[in-house]
Ligand binder design. Structure first.
Ligand code: NAD
Length: 478
């Protein structure tokens, strides 16, 4: 029995106008579990028109910033009330461990509450104009319709960090979730309505990237695109926004270095390495997929890590006892297998894993590959799977050179007991986020984003709300 989901447009739950649907598969079994509308250009146009009308309608346009903040706060409360249901829905849809989805759901209300508090703190300013008898000031203005394009690995979290600042600033939205994981976002959109946001302020269209996604990003009424996904898709999105001049933020992939110095606390560094790369089965933009370990501690670290990896229990993601779930899609499993096969051809030593376990579903073992050179494909390219590329280094200078030696620059971890070295590395490693003696720490107050092939723009933090506005400058001749 398949669960049927409908899109949300202008407050109505709707099918695709064409009647076309597609099936979403459960990664733990590989079986279809739900059926969703396959939106085309006409459906997307309807959703964007609804969002554009809602942007102009007094019910939203005349709402005070404080009132918008209250709605967002209420939405955060509703997400907290429905956290269990939302987490289960997401785990079933994308195969992420229930422990991990529950963890993200526990954090989301805080994120909404923090961003709600920013809604009425978006101040303009008076300008000390160098002209007599002139007065000038700025007012932050919302942009209009925001298109959010979301991947499958953390659908609710990656939607929330777009939706909350966009709405706090007074915009309206059309969300296009991944075709592989839309269910939890559709449920959250119902909570948006329940919180009291007017119809049309938040709309969700489901379907494929090349269809609904492309139609949305190039739509002439879209004024801002917030994209999270891979670099190849990002290039399509950049080209689409060449037509509508929508302002753009890109949160892309990474090949983040987790760097362990000889003076590190061994137990902490091993746990940080495991959390860095094997959480979410490695399907995380900030995955610490390059493990750089100093000569002095290398053998001890590898022994402790491989011992620790034996205790990672692969299992059904809905079971709280499981430590690692499946890959979210069969295609992603294929990517992992192909990349590990190529790494073997290029001469890596497989220290752990390197194959599928003997069970149904799209599982892959936690894998550690010892690499003799940083030019190997497996060291340079994102796998988006539970595969760590291990390299050794002699000194700080070599660690920095290795860490900065890819086209990505999203995150990095530094493990050392030397405070000054921790700060030096944080300064010298080129990454949007640097964690010293921790990995994956998140907070509503902390911006997330990268440089280079990891994208541009930041989500989270006080400036993310301003990023959904532009200042209007007003001149008055006195
Ligand atoms: P993807 O790029 O394949 O898809 C992302 C979204 O884009 C999906 O909703 C998809 O339907 C849509 N899309 C596809 N083609 C499109 C087009 N032509 N126009 C508009 N939209 C289109 O990515 P994915 O496989 O879903 O997710 C994995 C990628 O996302 C990885 O590279 C990962 O690193 C990245 N990611 C980054 C972050 C971050 O915050 N930096 C977080 C999570 C994931």
């Amino acid at each position: 029995m398949l669960t049927e989901f409908l899109m949300l447009v202008n407050g109505e739950r709707v099918s695709a106008r064409s009647g076309r649907t597609y099936r979403s598969l459960n990664p733990a079994t590989g079986e279809p579990w739900s059926v969703l509308p396959d939106a085309d250009e006409a459906d997307v146009d309807g959703a964007v028109q609804a969002a554009d009308a809602a942007f102009r309608d007094a019910a939203w346009a005349k709402l005070t910033a404080t009132a918008r903040g209250k709605l967002l706060r209420r939405l955060g409360d509703l997400i907290a009330e429905h956290a269990g249901e939302l987490a289960e829905l997401e785990t079933r849809d994308n195969g992420k461990l229930i422990r991990e989805t529950r963890g993200q759901l526990a954090y989301l209300p805080e994120f909404f509450h923090y961003t709600a508090g920013l809604a009425d703190k978006l101040e303009g300013g008076t300008l000390p104009i160098d002209k007599a008898d002139m007065f000038a000031f700025t007012v932050p203005q919302p942009l209009g319709v925001v298109a959010a394009i979301v991947p499958w690995n953390s659908p609710l979290y990656l939607t929330a960090i777009k939706l909350a600042p966009a709405l706090a600033a007074g915009n309206t939205m059309v969300i296009k979730p991944s075709e592989h994981a839309s269910a939890s976002i559709l449920r959250m959109a119902e909570l948006v309505a329940q919180a009291g946001f007017p119809a049309g302020v938040v709309n969700v269209v489901t379907g494929y990237g090349a269809g609904a996604g492309a139609a949305l990003t190039r739509h002439p009424l879209v004024r801002r695109v917030a994209f999270t996904g891979g670099p190849a898709t990002a290039r399509h999105v950049v080209r689409a926004t060449a037509d509508n001049f929508a302002k753009l933020s890109l949160e892309l992939g990474g090949k983040s270095a987790n760097i362990v110095f000889g003076d590190a606390d061994l137990g902490g560094a091993v746990n940080g390495a495991v959390a860095g790369i094997y959480a979410a089965s490695g399907q995380s933009c900030v995955a610490g997929s390059r493990l750089l370990v100093q000569d002095a501690i290398y053998d001890r670290f590898v022994a402790a890590l491989t011992e620790r990896m034996k205790r990672i229990a692969i299992g059904d993601p809905i079971d709280p006892a499981s430590d690692m779930g499946p890959m979210a899609t069969e295609q992603q499993l294929g990517v992992v297998e192909t990349m590990v096969a190529r790494a073997r051809e290029q001469g890596v030593t497989v220290l752990a894993g390197g194959k599928r376990p003997d069970r149904a579903g799209w599982f892959y073992e936690p894998t550690l590959l010892e690499c003799a050179s940083d030019t190997l494909d497996i060291v340079q390219n994102e796998v988006f799977g539970p595969v760590a590329a291990l390299l050794r280094f002699r000194d700080e200078a070599e660690a920095v050179a290795l860490a900065n030696g890819t086209e990505y620059a999203l995150a990095a971890g530094i493990w050392t007991r030397d405070l000054a070295r921790g700060h030096r590395m944080a300064r010298d490693v080129h990454a949007g986020i640097v964690w010293v003696n921790t990995y994956r720490a998140v907070s509503a107050m902390a911006p997330i984003g990268g440089y280079g092939a990891s994208g541009y723009g930041r989500e989270g933090g006080i400036h993310s709300v301003l990023d959904y506005t532009e200042p209007k400058t007003v001149w008055v001749n006195l």
